[in-house]
Design a protein around this ligand. Structure first.
Ligand code: FES
Ligand code: FES
Length: 202
């Protein structure tokens, strides 16, 4: 049994310890904000925080998170109130397709929580591992600078617990610990799939 805290919630999972953390968070817990990009630790789309540090969860075995504290993009906002970094992303209209942006925000957050006044070089170094195929880099930099120029908002926006969407798995609670079993997915019946495909092409 792997146990960790995710977005402030104690959680226990009966999963293969070698499974990538990204897979467990997306497929077992059902938090799909973190994306699968390269699967090789190269693009940053899967970035979460492990004890406050940004990590590439596509190459991190879930066993490495045992007993640790994880934060995903779903744990960043305070209920309906966006974190100042998320708000800056909205204000600067950063996302294009949006695929890379949860990873971008988690990297920016990790930077700004350590250094509230980073230089251009610091920003570029912290964000260098997050690839955006839409080329939103100038807007990402503008959004980070907007947060820096609005420092008081950082204090208000420390990471808060948030509700976890558990729709992808069955779960129950014991002594305040959320326990997940991997979702059992029914494969479509082949005859039904053929009938559906036939209907759609008619
Ligand atoms: S999906 Fe993890 S770094 Fe690309
Ligand atoms: S916004 Fe499309 S990949 Fe970054």
């Amino acid at each position: 049994m792997i146990k960790f805290e995710i977005n402030g919630k104690p959680t226990a999972l009966d999963v293969d310890p070698n499974a990538p953390l990204l897979w467990v968070v997306r497929e077992v817990i059902g938090l799909t904000g973190s994306k699968f990009g390269c699967g090789m630790g190269l693009c940053g789309a899967c970035t979460m925080h492990l004890n406050g540090e940004p990590v590439r969860t596509c190459v991190l075995p879930v066993s490495a998170a045992n007993g640790q504290r994880i934060t995903t993009i779903e744990g960043v906002a305070d209920g309906e109130t966006l974190h100042p970094v998320q708000q800056a992303w909205v204000d600067e209209n950063v996302p294009q397709c949006g695929y890379c942006q949860s990873g971008q925000i988690m990297s920016a957050l990790a930077l700004l929580e350590k250094n509230t006044n980073p230089s251009d070089k610091d920003i570029q170094a912290a964000m260098a591992g997050n690839i955006c195929r839409c080329g939103t880099y100038p807007r990402i930099e503008k959004a980070i600078k907007r947060v820096i120029n609005n420092k008081q908002s950082l204090q208000q926006g420390s990471l808060k617990e948030s509700l976890i969407n558990t729709s992808a798995s069955s779960s129950n609670t014991a002594n305040g610990v959320e326990i997940y079993e991997p979702a059992k997915r029914e494969l479509p019946n082949e005859a039904d799939a053929v009938a559906k495909a036939t209907r759609e092409t008619m």
